[in-house]
Design a binder for this molecule. Structure first.
Ligand code: ADP
Length: 488
C-alpha cells in the first residue's frame, strides 16, 4: 500500500497554520492593540496557502500550469515577508524600520517583476518536468529550466529581512532584562536560523543541486512555530495574570465585607463595654453616696446640710447615668435594621468562618447541620450575624475545660411554620438555675464579661419579629434557639 506521507504532512501543515492563524486573528480582533497577533495570523495564513500551492505543484505535470502556480505562490510569499517584518517590529519593538520597509519594498518589486514577465520570477522558461520519488510518494519537480536574473531582487529582499531580524534581536538583547533577552534569543535566533534555512533551500532547489519539489513550507513552519510559541507563552501568562487579578479582587472584596461586619460587631461589643464602663462610674458614686448617707442618717438633724449635699450628688449622678443610657440608646438606634433576604446556608457558613481562627486556637469546632431547601430569611444580615457570633462565642466559653472530643458545637438550622430556627448547641456546663436571668442586662458569670450579649441578642431577635430562647441541650450543655421569620 502506498501511504501518501507527503500529501498527509502538507495537508496537516496547511490545516495547522490555518487554525493558528484563526486563533490569533480572533485574539487580535478582540484587542487591536495585540498587533503581534495580527501579524502572526498573516504569517500563518500565508503559510497555509503556500503549503497548499506546494502540494498542488507536486501533482502538476503540465509545464504551463507549473509555471503559473509558481507565479501565484509569490503572493503569499510577499505576505509572509510582510507579516514577518510586522511581527518583529511590533513584538520585539527594537527593529530599524527602514530595513524592514526596504525588505518589504524589494519583495513588492519582485512581485511586480514576477507578474510582469511570464512565466514567473524564478524561471525564464521551464524546459521539462520530471517525476521523482519523494518520501515514498511520486511527485513532480522542475527538471530543466532557464533561471532569471530578476530573482536576485527577491534574494536581496531576503538578505535585508535577515539583517532586519538580526539587528532587532541584537538591539533587544543589548537593552537587557531577562525577559527581553529570552525573547531576543527565542525569536531572533529561530527566525535567523529558519530564514537562512529557507534561503539555502531555495538556492539549492532553484539551482537543482538537490532534486526535490518545492518544500519551502518546512522552514516557514519553523518560523511560524517559533513566533507562535512565544505568543502563546505571552497569552497564557496574560490569562494567568488576569485570573490572579480577578482572584485577588474577589479576595479583597470578601475581606472588605468581612471587615465591615467584624468592625460593626466590634462596634456593638465596644458600645457594650463603653456602656458598662460609663454607667459604672455614676452607679458607684451613687452607691458610695448612699452608703455615706445611711451612716449620717443616725443623726439626721446634725448632718442635714451634708445630707442635702449628698442627695444633690446622687441626683446629679443619676442624671449622668440617665444621660449615658440616652446616649447609648441613640448610638444603638443609628444601627437601623436593614432588611434583606438572607440565604441560611451562607449565613451559617459565614458565621463559622468568622470564629474559626479563634476556635481553632481553643480546640473548639463547629458542626453545621442545615436542613435542605430552607427558605431565605428576611432581616438585617449584620445584626443576625452578631447574634450568631455571640451565641457561638458563649458556647465556646461554656465548653472551656471540657475534654477535647466534647468541645464540638452544633450550629443547626431547620424550618418551622414560616420561621426558621437556628440552634447553637454545646456540651458545656449547662444553664444556670434561673435561665431567664441570662437575658437580663449585666448578668454575667464571667470574670471579664459584661452580661450584655444575650440581652442585646434577644432585643435583635424580637426587633425582627422573632425570638431567642435557651433550653438544656441533649448533651448536658445548653441550646440557644434563634427564631427568625422567613422572607415572603
Ligand atoms: P457575657 O458573655 O458577657 O457574660 P452574655 O449576655 O452573652 O454576656 O451571657 C450572660 C451569661 O449567660 C454568661 O455569663 C453565662 O453565665 C450564661 N451563658 C450564656 N451562654 C451560655 C451557654 N452556652 N452555656 C452556659 N451558660 C451560658
Amino acid at each position: 500500500m502506498n501511504i501518501s506521507w507527503v500529501t498527509t504532512a502538507w495537508s496537516v501543515l496547511a490545516g495547522l497554520a490555518l487554525a493558528l492563524g484563526l486563533i490569533h486573528l480572533l485574539a487580535w480582533m478582540q484587542d487591536r492593540r495585540a498587533g503581534a497577533n495580527g501579524w502572526f495570523s498573516l504569517v500563518a495564513f500565508s503559510l497555509s496557502v503556500i503549503a497548499i500551492l506546494e502540494l498542488t505543484l507536486m501533482r502538476t505535470d503540465s509545464m504551463a500550469r507549473y509555471g503559473e502556480i509558481l507565479r501565484w505562490s509569490h503572493v503569499p510569499l510577499f505576505l509572509l515577508v510582510l507579516g514577518m517584518v510586522g511581527f518583529v517590529q511590533t513584538y520585539l519593538g527594537t527593529g530599524t524600520l527602514a530595513l524592514g520597509v526596504a525588505a518589504v519594498a524589494l519583495r513588492l518589486i519582485s512581485l511586480g517583476l514576477n507578474f510582469a514577465v511570464p512565466p514567473n520570477l524564478n524561471y525564464a522558461e521551464i524546459l521539462s518536468l520530471r517525476q521523482l520519488s519523494f518520501f515514498g510518494e511520486s511527485v513532480w519537480a522542475v527538471a530543466e529550466a532557464v533561471p532569471t536574473l530578476r530573482v536576485k531582487v527577491a534574494e536581496l529582499s531576503s538578505l535585508l529581512l535577515l539583517i532586519f531580524v538580526v539587528d532587532a534581536s541584537v538591539r533587544l538583547w543589548r537593552r537587557g532584562g531577562a525577559r527581553a533577552r529570552r525573547r531576543a534569543l527565542a525569536i531572533g535566533g529561530s527566525l535567523t536560523f529558519f530564514i537562512l534555512f529557507a534561503a539555502l533551500l531555495g538556492l539549492l532547489i532553484h539551482s537543482r543541486t538537490i532534486e526535490a519539489p518545492y518544500i519551502m513550507s518546512l522552514p516557514f513552519l519553523g518560523i511560524m512555530l517559533a513566533m507562535g510559541y512565544e505568543l502563546s507563552r505571552d497569552m497564557i501568562g496574560a490569562s494567568r495574570l488576569l485570573l490572579d487579578v480577578r482572584n485577588a479582587e474577589e479576595e479583597a472584596a470578601r475581606h472588605r465585607d468581612e471587615l465591615t461586619r467584624i468592625s460593626r460587631a466590634i462596634t456593638l461589643s465596644e458600645i457594650s463595654s463603653a456602656f458598662a464602663h460609663e454607667i459604672n462610674q455614676p452607679l458607684t458614686a451613687i452607691l458610695a453616696n448612699a452608703q455615706a448617707a445611711e451612716r449620717l442618717l443616725d443623726e439626721p438633724q446634725r448632718h442635714a446640710a451634708e445630707l442635702r449635699a449628698i442627695v444633690a450628688d446622687i441626683v446629679a449622678d443619676e442624671q449622668r447615668a440617665a444621660e449615658v443610657i440616652r446616649r447609648i440608646g441613640a448610638v444603638l438606634k443609628r444601627h437601623e435594621i436593614v432588611r434583606e433576604e438572607i440565604g441560611v446556608p451562607e449565613l451559617l457558613a459565614e458565621a463559622r468562618r468568622m470564629v474559626r481562627r479563634d476556635f481553632d486556637r481553643r480546640g473548639v469546632w463547629v458542626e453545621l447541620e442545615v436542613a435542605p431547601g430552607l427558605p431565605r430569611l428576611f432581616g438585617d444580615r449584620v445584626q443576625i450575624q452578631q447574634v450568631l457570633l455571640n451565641l457561638l462565642i458563649n458556647a465556646a466559653d461554656a465548653s472551656e475545660g471540657l475534654e477535647p472530643e466534647r468541645r464540638g458545637i452544633t450550629l443547626r438550622a431547620e424550618a418551622t411554620a414560616n420561621r426558621t430556627l437556628i440552634c447553637v448547641e454545646d456540651a458545656g456546663r449547662g444553664l444556670p438555675a434561673d435561665a431567664e436571668r441570662m437575658f437580663e442586662p449585666f448578668f454575667t458569670t464571667k470574670s471579664g464579661g459584661h452580661g450584655l450579649g444575650l440581652a442585646i441578642s434577644r432585643t435583635i431577635a424580637r426587633a425582627h419579629g422573632g425570638d431567642l430562647r435557651a433550653a438544656s441541650g441533649a448533651r448536658q450543655g445548653a441550646v440557644f434557639s434563634l427564631e427568625i421569620p422567613v422572607a415572603t
